[in-house]
Design a protein around this ligand. Structure first.
Ligand code: C2E
Ligand code: MG
Ligand code: MG
Length: 583
């Protein structure tokens, strides 16, 4: 971009010619150079009166030569800059001869537009200013695309809210402000409950509508100065800064959000209902840095989910410790599979009438190198959250199926093993063919040797993929058992719908069988109804002969519990069965 210097040079060459002729020559030369230029040009005399312009000037500003010649460039001013702006410009021109920068000017039609302006001066031999040359280009398009780029980088396209990136920048800034002003700040982490289900059921378009409306509702719960951002999916954050009224302020806002979110969402023809789980953390009380604040808010949100959703929780130190323990377990789980730290315990399932055993439940055990034996209740939920349950579940299945094949071949051709399958495995394990059926492809025994234990909840929230997989297992001849029956919704309607084979009465009912008439009546009712539906009943947690007798009298088919045997290693199980000597 040396054109401006060229024209300044040209102007300087003609110093010795008479004023008028010189001006004409200048104009001629200037127009020759700038006639076809897309850059606008304007030449003024030392007093700042316009001498000439080029066609690009006319095209950009709307002014023809005769309209501006002899006038001051002030006609171009937009009024968008203050006096100080022009003073600084002139200070630079007077001291260095030049200036360059961005200016907002006005076209003849009144439009205001941004331009990039360069001003240079041609000096007389005595050093006084002779001419000034202004070159400028319209940068509105460039500005527009810069703005677009900025929007794309900082705003969420769906909701128009700040995105994760801008949220981080805002939070960092608000933390600095709060620090300087010695003020409190609250960070809220909001996750919608049941959003995934709505998205799956009604489609992504409706899901998008819901998110836009949710964003609008969130904004309506806070001041304009507070930041509401979307981190992605159905996760939002709010920065309340400065926080006024301490936790009373956050209580009020969190309650308002919960209330607004539970109001029905109208999505085209459909109505949908969601709720929100919120986590709250405070600066500087809980943490003073960005990352810990984010982590705290996330942990508190997680606590709200755990406690049943549609609620808000403040971050506490205990949450942090629990999260650490989860993290440690999760890390340990990753090595556990590779290092063979898992083994399977088998617990006999006894036919009550005959006292004989033809079934066992496979229960995973974790021999942790430092913690010792860790029970599944401690690590299965964590494995479910992180998805590693898929690998663990597949390992259990493979192991149990291999064991079953051996036992059926060597000792009991009709033996059955039941394996627990958590909902997470149904929802996340990809296609049916990659699943357990695939693992069994080379095994010789009939598929009916395997019983899959699922919980009631799975049927209740049955997504199409769940039903599809259950049917597939069914078609292959596997049996299906409902675990922990009675603790959830206990809907017998689902049992018929999915063609269930076994129902396992939860140990909570069996425990009080001898002492509570109510539990006994309930057990009996379950047994009678299950039998009517062609379903066999297994009682869990049978610990005494009395319980066994009551169950038998009630018509219960099978019993499982410490009374018969604890879950034991495969070798011990063979002893229990009396197979060991024969082997
Ligand atoms: P569950 O499927 O209901 O298994 C029965 C649980 O009751 C087992 O606990 C068993 O040891 C215990 N139990 C059996 N008889 C008695 C008794 O007479 N009294 C008492 N108090 N308890 C008895 P465990 O082995 O700790 O397993 C807990 C849960 O972990 C299981 O409950 C199951 O939901 C889950 N789990 C176990 N193994 C697996 C697995 O391989 N995959 C999955 N996804 N979950 C598993
Ligand atoms: Mg079970
Ligand atoms: Mg159970």
């Amino acid at each position: 971009r040396r054109l401006d210097h060229a024209i300044v040079g040209l102007l300087g060459v003609y110093d010795d010619v008479t004023e008028t002729r010189r001006a004409q020559e200048e104009m001629l030369l200037a127009s020759m150079v700038y006639e076809s230029s897309s850059e606008a040009m304007m030449v003024t005399d030392a007093d700042g009166n316009i001498i000439t312009i080029n066609p690009a000037f006319t095209k950009m500003t709307g002014y023809a030569l005769e309209e501006v010649v002899g006038k001051s460039p002030r006609v171009l001013r937009s009024g968008q800059h203050d006096q100080a702006f022009y003073e600084a410009m002139w200070h630079s021109i007077n001291s260095t001869g030049g200036w360059q920068g961005e200016v907002l000017d006005k076209r003849k039609n009144g439009d205001i537009y941004p331009k990039w302006l360069t001003i240079n001066t041609a000096f007389n031999p005595d050093g006084t200013p002779h001419r000034r040359v202004a070159l400028f280009s319209d940068i509105s398009e460039q500005k527009k695309s810069e703005k677009l780029i900025w929007r794309q980088a900082n705003l969420d396209t769906l909701t128009g809210l700040p995105n994760r990136r801008m949220f981080h920048a805002n939070l960092a800034q608000e933390i600095r402000k709060a620090h300087r002003g010695n003020q409190q700040l609250a960070l809220l982490y909001i996750d919608l409950d049941q959003f995934k289900e709505i998205n799956d059921a009604l489609g992504h378009d409706k899901g998008d509508l819901l998110l836009v409306e949710a964003a609008r509702r969130l904004k309506s719960c806070v001041r304009d100065s507070d930041t509401v951002a979307r981190l992605g999916g159905d996760e939002f954050t709010i920065i309340l800064s400065p926080l006024e009224g301490g936790t009373r302020g956050t209580d009020r806002i969190a309650q308002a959000i919960l209330k607004r979110m539970t109001a029905p969402f109208t999505l085209g023809e459909e109505m949908a209902y969601v709720s929100a789980s919120i986590g709250v953390t405070l600066y500087p009380d809980d943490a003073t840095q960005l990352e810990p604040l984010l982590k705290n808010a996330d942990q508190a949100m997680y606590a709200s989910k755990k406690q049943g959703r549609n609620r808000y929780s403040y971050f506490t130190k205990a949450m942090d410790e629990a999260a650490h323990a989860r993290l440690r377990t999760n890390q340990d789980l990753r090595v556990a599979l590779a290092e063979n730290q898992f083994w399977i315990a088998y617990q006999p399932i006894v036919t009550l009438a005959s006292g004989r055993t033809h079934k066992a439940e496979a229960l995973i055990r974790w021999q942790h190198p430092t913690r010792g034996l860790v029970g599944p209740n401690e690590f299965i939920p964590i494995a479910e959250e992180t998805g590693i349950i898929i690998d663990i579940g597949n390992w259990v299945f493979q192991e149990a199926a291999t064991q079953l094949e051996r036992w059926r071949n060597a000792h009991a051709p009709d033996f059955q093993i039941s394996v627990n399958k958590s909902p997470a495995q149904f929802l996340n394990s990809g296609t049916v063919t990659q699943d357990w059926l695939h693992l069994m492809r080379d095994m010789s025994f009939p598929r009916a040797g395997i019983v899959i234990e699922i919980t009631e909840g799975l049927l209740l929230h049955a997504a199409p993929i769940v039903a599809e997989k259950l049917m597939k297992f069914r078609d292959e001849g596997m049996d299906i058992a409902i675990d922990d029956f009675g603790t959830g919704y206990s809907s017998l309607a689902y049992l018929t719908k999915f063609d269930i084979d076994y129902l396992k009465i939860d140990q909570a009912f069996v425990r009080n069988l001898a002492h509570s008439g109510k539990d006994r009546a309930l057990c009996e009712a379950i047994i009678v109804m299950a039998h009517k539906l062609g379903i066999k009943v297994i009682a869990e947690g049978v610990e005494t002969a009395e319980q066994r007798d009551l169950l038998l009298a009630s018509g219960c088919d099978y019993g499982q519990g410490y009374f018969f045997s604890r879950p034991i290693a495969a070798a011990d199980f063979e002893h229990f069965m009396g197979w060991a000597d024969k082997a």
